[in-house]
Design a protein around this ligand. Structure first.
Ligand code: NAP
Length: 291
């Protein structure tokens, strides 16, 4: 088993972002600013927001945090987003998900200006992925794509795991991970199989994967019987269990396999944050027309 070191790859990307932000600051006396919004006080969400704010600081990106009460009405959240959309000092907006009331999530995401959509979840940015012929178009057309999928593609590229022509099986079809990732893999010329909770013969399908993405949110669900010899396995899952933080892959059962795999923690998580920083910088460059 060979570990794919997401922490190291993310740290290299963050250093590159830091250098770029510093160059821009020297040339223009300005720097990008991310607005974060947390609704409620869910401890896991609070931890994620804190690490995103800390990551911004470490790269010279400014951040402004807004914490709304858990019972904040949809109108109040949307009005804050609209204010941030209009504010020229704010380059990107991050709405921490999930909400306690998931029924209002999409409407709030829809209120974010697509050009400030740090998480790439607005229908304009998410929908653009269906039109992609190659991933290059994302930078050419300045699209903000979803952070976790972007981070996974970057992990594969930086680990020299070719995508073109490979069979990629994605377990999970969420708007946050599974769907946008499947579209990015397709744009990188993989043959993509998207699976979900109603998929029959999941084990057999997963076993056909050269690249297997586990993004279902079920601790240790994917074991050695799902994995082909020589595969690259990306474990997206973050499951808080009594035994601690766990991925979707049963890490112990695959220890002796001839595979490459991301650990949890230290695999996909740091890449998601690195891509958030990259999207914030991208939004700043596009909106302020610097460079
Ligand atoms: P989600 O919205 O709950 O979606 C889970 C997906 O998995 C759904 O499409 C569901 O199918 C599918 N699924 C559930 N049980 C299944 C089963 N037994 N067999 C096959 N498919 C099954 O979750 P998410 O937001 O995509 O997140 C997935 C995991 O990744 C979570 O653990 C989350 O914490 C983690 N995550 C990590 C990062 C990171 O940066 N590392 C970022 C985002 C998410 P249906 O559609 O049929 O219900």
């Amino acid at each position: 088993m060979i570990l794919i070191d997401g922490k190291k790859i993310a740290s290299d990307i963050r250093n590159e972002i830091k250098d770029k932000v510093e160059q821009i600051r020297l040339a223009t006396n300005s720097s990008p600013c991310l607005a974060t919004i947390l609704v409620g006080d869910n401890p896991a969400s609070q931890t994620y927001i804190n690490s995103k704010i800390k990551a911004c600081q470490s790269c010279g990106i400014q951040s402004v945090h807004h914490n709304l009460k858990a019972n904040a009405p949809k109108e109040k959240i949307i009005s804050l987003i609209e204010e941030l959309n209009k504010n020229p000092d704010i380059d990107a907006i991050l709405l921490q998900l999930p909400f306690a009331d998931s029924s209002i999530e999409q409407e709030c995401i829809n209120a974010i200006a697509p050009a400030k959509d740090a998480d790439g979840l607005h229908p304009f940015n998410a929908g653009f992925l269906t039109l992609l012929k190659s991933q290059k178009e994302i930078s050419q057309k300045n699209i903000l794509a979803a952070c976790t999928p972007l981070g996974i593609i970057r992990l594969l590229q930086k680990s020299n795991i070719g995508i073109s022509g490979k069979t990629a099986v994605v377990v999970g079809r969420s708007n946050l991970v599974g769907k946008p990732l499947s579209l990015l893999l397709l744009a990188n010329d993989a043959t993509v199989i998207m699976t979900h909770s109603k998929t029959k013969n999941l084990k057999e399908i997963c076993k056909s994967a050269d690249i297997l993405i586990a993004a279902l949110g079920r601790a240790k669900f994917i074991n050695k019987d799902f994995i082909k010899d020589g595969a690259a396995v990306i474990d997206v899952g973050i499951n808080r269990t009594e035994q601690g933080l766990m991925g979707d892959v049963d890490f112990e059962s695959v220890q002796d396999m001839n595979i490459q795999i991301t650990p949890v923690p230290g695999g996909v998580g740091p890449m998601t944050i690195a891509m958030l920083l990259e999207n914030t910088l991208k939004a700043f460059i596009k909106n302020k027309r610097v460079l």
